[in-house]
Design a protein around this ligand. Structure first.
Ligand SMILES: Nc1ncnc2c1ncn2[C@@H]1O[C@H](COP(=O)(O)OP(=O)(O)OP(=O)(O)O)[C@@H](O)[C@H]1O
Ligand SMILES: [Mg+2]
Length: 885
């Protein structure tokens, strides 16, 4: 079917034109079928169950546009923040100019929530949880919405994300409203159960528009089965005399890339994705990704940024949840541009995101948080995860002939089990999840949203859920009564006329709206009813120690436990055991050390406490042995729970001071800043991370008004030029402007390219266990080791021929490069665009790249330094040079 035929379904000519230009002249068979036979554009509710890359998501786009141009509202549901962001910018770019109001709502994107509640939007892109909250607030919004699209509907079977989606759909089903529902799902068996429940027609498609060869590599031969035709075949790839998977993987990826392909490799762990990317980049040595490196260089320093740049210098990237959001976006963008040739990834990239590859390699295991141990355990990936990852290969419009999805088998036995499990695997049956959620939470949700108003309606509604259909257990009624009774007793629910009507209390409403469990709500309430607590650490500890705080995870290493690092740190924080928090007091008085769980809670509480101080992210990564992406997620989850605590404090009518304290704390951990940085953080300027915000705040630029008035040159001293430009643009613009991308072509300002040299004052005064220097007028407190390295570099600049110092002259051993790297990172935030602290001659020697005349030295402080070598060098320097004071 030709795209222009869509004219007759009310899709405007201009849109059709742009689809034709940007995508193609023809609809895919699945899309044509949906339009012509299944009423996709005539308001028919429909589930499309089809393989990856068969064009489902575009069905959603067509249906949206058909409604939007009839001035009907559309809600588009997706499972992940990353997909929501991708859809949001895509739709905004395409349709905002045509007068369509596009908004987004995710856990950390709340700025449009008010508009959505009021119905002031045309298209709302939301993650499932936010949609459920919307229904709790106002089920009548359904009256205004014509179409609800559920992308990745198979997620209803996901243990963590499924229950909330089922609950939201349940509310639609049991309400009096009947918006059109369009479910887009991977292939599942028995999907007809789902479609009949949702009163949707079913469009089942088994084949993909581009053939996919799914198979296993053994001894250099790729044995595959074609997805559509089911034909089997063999292709000769690279054979290697090794039983180990990695050398085989590398040899084959290298061959495919040299044949001109782009490859994705899915691995079981974040660490593997980094390590293998590094190793492979060394081996393959592909051309550098200069644009990606340039975009990354504007972002603030993290351990992984450096590692990523190292890989990008050789054409390779990795992608995992430890990277910051901006870092991930950079990798995705430059992969799509074709610059990055291979990505080593965890499952973060497996779903929905449009990153195509000719070939994907998949490791069939993954790490997941264990249910009982609080530690990660290794599990096989499910068949649908496998299918999703496979489906990144051979995407329509990008790969014309076919794609490959390759597993690597160590031996014949392994081969057989993989073949049976994945290549011949049966489609998975949907297992609904709502019944696995605590019933009290489901009850509270249904009552708050008024989907049920009394005990018998509750029973009816719960039994109408697909997971509730089989509740024939006679004990169910009793259990339900008990739960309702409990909720009444603990004041989550209220009742009139002896239980005939049940409704949510303010407290219950708050818990349901914030999406926290009843158990967590009660714990927070109990805490708030006690003495007012203004100690952030104590709050962190308590919110983490709730049911919802449980899955906020950080790795605790054996050496941290053995050395009692956190026992020590806690008693230093509370020297006289003076905490008013009973849990913490108990820990302080404990003689036998903490349990693993307690250590984890204390570690997380310390991390969160530091996260809202100016300590830079790189320092925190090193201090807590974790990565910026993870810290950011921990902060965001903590922020959610503190926000709920703040809401409960309001419900309880507690002091304004406490409410303000909790609000600030919640917002602070969300962004990793304190109260002063919030205004800037809320601007969400791409590339303006927390370190840069701190730089601005500490230089009196916390108020956007001052930034508006400031000259660009002033800001450039504190943050990279492009980030400063974007920030200025943000401030001039008002609310709903398209989110600038970190990759937008920069304005070419006519500015002198000549960089002025770094100004260095080696002040040397001690600040706790650090030593102070001033770089371009900005104070940096360096740890002793870095400080000594800097002195040695300075000394060499004046004393050695050419100013070089060999690495062995810093200290004996192997680690000099690491320490130099650390020094570089510590100084980097204070450098201006284009400045570098030192250079190396690739023969093991280093030299400061600072004009001698720009260096000053505080002799007195250095002579007092307890490190004898530093004192001696200082003496030498003072005598020898003219440039120093
Ligand atoms: N009619 C079309 N003509 C050309 N290309 C198309 C057409 N429809 C979709 N595509 C392209 O095919 C690819 C897959 O489409 P889409 O994302 O809609 O598939 P999907 O089934 O949702 O995949 P996934 O399982 O990954 O979610 C995309 O790159 C899309 O741009
Ligand atoms: Mg899709």
């Amino acid at each position: 079917m030709r795209v222009e035929k869509l004219l007759r379904y009310g899709i405007p000519e201009s849109v059709i034109e742009s689809w034709r230009k940007n995508q193609g002249e023809e609809l895919l068979p699945l899309q044509a079928l949906a339009v012509t036979k299944h009423g996709l554009l005539n308001g028919q509710s429909l589930i499309i169950s089809a393989p990856t890359s068969s064009g489902k998501t575009f069905c959603g786009e067509m249906a949206s546009v058909a409604n939007l141009f009839k001035r009907k509202k559309v809600i588009y549901l997706v499972p992940l923040k990353a997909i929501a962001e991708e859809k949001f910018s895509d739709f905004q770019e395409k349709y905002s100019e045509l007068g369509i109001g596009v908004v987004i709502s995710t856990k950390d994107r709340q700025e449009h929530d008010r508009r959505i509640e009021k119905g002031d939007f045309d298209l709302a892109i939301m993650i499932y949880e936010k949609f459920n909250q919307l229904l709790i607030k106002n089920m009548d919004i359904l009256n205004q919405v014509n179409l609800i699209i559920v992308d990745e509907l198979q997620m209803i079977a996901d243990p963590s994300r499924g229950p909330v989606l089922e609950l939201a759909l349940l509310k639609i089903r049991t309400s009096k409203y009947r918006p059109q529902i369009l479910g887009l799902s991977a292939v599942l068996s028995e999907v007809d159960e789902l479609s009949s429940w949702l009163e949707c027609k079913l469009l089942l498609e088994k084949s993909r528009p581009v053939e996919l060869w799914q198979g296993i590599l053994l001894d250099g031969n790729f044995f595959y089965k074609k997805h559509n035709s089911r034909e089997e075949g063999t292709e000769e790839l690279v054979s290697l005399d090794s039983e180990e998977a990695h050398p085989i993987l590398f040899a084959n990826v290298e061959k495919l890339v040299k044949d001109g392909e782009q490859v994705l490799v899915f691995l079981k762990s974040k660490l593997d994705s980094e390590t293998l990317a590094s190793l492979f980049s060394e081996k393959a040595n592909l051309p550098p990704c200069l644009n990606a490196i340039e975009a990354l260089s504007d972002l603030e320093n993290t351990t992984l940024k450096e590692k990523l740049i190292g890989c990008l210098q050789k054409g390779i990237a990795f992608h995992n949840a430890d990277l910051s959001f901006d870092e991930r976006r950079t990798v995705e963008f430059f992969y799509l541009q074709g610059e990055v040739r291979v990505i080593f990834s965890t499952t973060t990239l497996s779903m929905g995101v449009n990153l195509p590859a000719k070939t994907v390699f998949i490791e069939t295991q993954k790490y997941q948080l264990g249910e009982y141990s609080g530690k990660t355990v290794m599990l096989p990936i499910s068949l649908s995860e496998y299918e999703n990852m496979s489906g990144r290969a051979g995407r329509f419009g990008l790969e014309k002939d076919f794609g490959r999805s390759i597993l690597i088998a160590a031996n014949k036995f392994h081969f057989d089990s993989l073949w049976e499990g994945y290549i011949e695997g049966e489609d998975e049956k949907i297992v609904f999840q709502l019944d696995k959620k605590d019933m009290e939470d489901t009850i509270l949700d249904l009552i708050t949203s008024k989907a049920a108003k009394n005990r018998s309606q509750l029973e009816q509604v719960i039994k109408a859920a697909p997971s509730g259909r089989f509740i024939s257990d006679p004990a169910f009624g009793g259990a339900l009564d008990e739960k309702v009774e409990e909720l009444i007793q603990n004041k989550m629910l209220l009742t009139t006329d002896k239980g005939k009507t049940v409704f949510a209390s303010k407290l219950g409403t708050l818990c349901a709206l914030k999406g926290i469990s009843v158990q967590t709500g009660l714990l927070l309430k109990r805490k708030l009813e006690g003495p007012s607590d203004f100690d952030p650490f104590s709050w962190f500890y308590d919110i983490l120690d709730t049911k919802d705080g449980e899955d906020i995870y950080i790795n605790v290493f054996p050496f941290e436990e053995q050395n009692k690092v956190y026992e020590e740190a806690l008693s230093q924080r509370y020297p006289q055991s003076q905490s008013t928090n009973d849990e913490i007091k108990d820990l302080l008085e404990r003689k036998i050390g903490f349990t693993h769980k307690e250590t984890q809670l204390v570690k997380l509480s310390f991390l969160l406490s530091d996260w809202i101080t100016p300590q830079n992210t790189l320092n925190l990564e090193n201090k807590y042995y974790c990565r910026s992406g993870q810290i950011d997620q921990i902060g965001k989850k903590a922020s959610w729970l503190l926000d709920a605590a703040c809401g409960i404090a309001r419900v309880l009518n507690l002091s304004r001071k406490l409410i303000a304290f909790l609000k600030n704390l919640s917002q602070g951990v969300n962004f990793g800043v304190d109260q002063r940085g919030l205004k800037l953080a809320k601007l969400r300027t791409p590339g303006l991370g927390r370190d840069y915000i701190w730089n601005l705040v500490e230089n009196k630029f916390s108020d956007p008004k001052k930034i508006k008035e400031a000259k660009l040159a002033e800001l450039e001293k504190l943050i990279p030029t492009r980030v400063a430009e974007r920030l200025k643009e943000r401030i001039h613009d008002s609310k709903f402007k398209v989110q600038d991308s970190i990759f937008r072509s920069k304005k070419q300002e006519t500015r002198s390219l000549e960089q002025e040299g770094i100004e260095l004052v080696i002040d040397g005064s001690a600040v706790k266990d650090k030593f102070s220097v001033l770089v371009n007028g900005k104070r940096v407190n360096l740890p002793a080791k870095s400080f000594k390295y800097l002195i040695k570099l300075t000394w060499a600049l004046f004393k050695n021929e050419g100013g070089w110092i060999h690495k062995d002259d810093f200290e004996p051993g192997e680690n000099q490069a690491r320490y130099l790297h650390r020094l570089k990172n510590q100084i980097k935030p204070s450098l201006n665009q284009g400045q570098a602290l030192f250079e190396n001659n690739r023969l093991g020697s280093y030299r400061l790249t600072i004009p001698k005349k720009n260096i000053e030295l505080n002799k007195d402080a250095l002579l007092k330094n307890t490190d004898v070598e530093i004192g001696k060098m200082a003496e030498g320097l003072v005598i020898e040079s003219n440039g120093l004071m």
